[in-house]
Unconditional design. Sequence first.
Length: 285
Amino acid sequence: MKSYTLAKAVLAACVGLSACAAQAADVTFTFTNTAPAGGVGVAPLWLGLHNGSFDSFDVGSAASVAIERAAEDGNASVLTSNFASQVAGGLQTTLPNGPRFPGASSTFTLHNVDLNGANRYLSYAAMVVLSNDFFIGNDNAKAIDLSSLAGGGSLSLALGGAGHVYDAGTEQNNFAYSLANGAYGIGGGQSAANQGIDEHGVVHVATGNPYLSFVDDGHYVPANFDWTALNFNNQQSIGRLDISVTAVPEPETYAMLFAGLGLLGVVARRRQGQGKVAEAAGDIA
């Protein structure tokens, strides 16, 4: 009877271990530019997983140097450095290949992600082109909570689009220094990093047709240029971020689980042996 009770206890423990084994996870991010043909491009997307403490920007406040470099030049290196120095246990990546123009996508997988703790929240940022300093990102550090996926699963986030593309307020909107002009048949354009005219403004939502307010002293824009595809404020989104999570049990959990299963085997063999002894005693009697 004691062996049976012990076996039940061990089995219950094993079930419990398997249920909570997923302490780490592999998280695959796939960004796809969903803008229409001829629409905006998106620089390589920076992603950071943290405990809710990393706030990359705030609407109505001056942009940090990290956001300035990301929004003006598509360069996330300062953002990457800041995140690494400020976030204990954080994980980050910048998706490969870029900029991503309509229809193109990029994928990357982060391993050993703790979605219940140090890596629960997602932040992202990337420049939007054609522009001087347009970008996408989330100004609320806790807006995207991935803890519900800790045991595995997937979700998709719509990025950019009407009301969700920001102007960093760091560089004057001027076609003489905007980035990626050539991709749209527009003249002029930035030829080196940090080349535009400083604006000294604050981060704000890019509203209306964002390109109608650009300075065009050099007459870089062809006559009768059609802005329809580029006007992201007439679009629900300019990108989709697909997130897929695979739970990965930690090695020590496997060890404990196997030890428990081994103990079950010992109990089973002991009961089998006791049965044989009883059978032999019956034969003697």
